[in-house]
Ligand binder design. Sequence first.
Ligand SMILES: C[S@@+](CC[C@H](N)C(=O)[O-])C[C@H]1O[C@@H](n2cnc3c(N)ncnc32)[C@H](O)[C@@H]1O
Length: 174
Amino acid sequence: MTPDPKAETIDWFAARPGEVAVDLPAQFDAGLYFIGRIRTPWTKREDCPKNAGESDAVCTIEVDPRYAKALDKVETCTHLIILYWMDRARRDLVVQTPRHYGEGRGSFALRSPVRPNPIALSVVQLLKVEGTTLSVKNIDCLDNTPLLDIKPYFASVDSKPDAQVGWHRDRNKG
Ligand SMILES: C[S@@+](CC[C@H](N)C(=O)[O-])C[C@H]1O[C@@H](n2cnc3c(N)ncnc32)[C@H](O)[C@@H]1O
């Protein structure tokens, strides 16, 4: 297909005005094991949901079979916390300008994948477990994103219905 010359070309990795990058440390402090991969319908960032609640698409989490025994009783959970590695994100920005807000925010006040350790999380609804494959809803990552961890979501301790993000709540106030 011929690209539309008038279409907006987005360089997802370029810094926007007001964004601040730092030099990252020369060495890592720890190692990680990727324990599987997350398979989703999205291969491009512009198609990917911006947060886990935005999509109802059924996605699959393929856990490395060596960890099969670690999935024992996972099928009894309705919801899981999924931690994953945003492998296509830059890591050096400490101030970012979210596309729809136009004003810089500290990376640790954002859910952006761009952060020194590009770890993301979603609370997913578990639909089915077949062997080492989990079918889930409510996840927001690109296809083949590396999986870091799976934990049960305990509504009794993890749910904080009164929590607020002040800058987000106040974003349209004059
Ligand atoms: C705003 S983040 C939210 C991530 C997660 N729910 C969280 O709160 O930690 C979701 C966005 O990250 C981007 N993204 C998804 N998978 C990625 C990957 N593997 N590497 C880099 N960026 C990714 C997509 O643009 C997606 O819309």
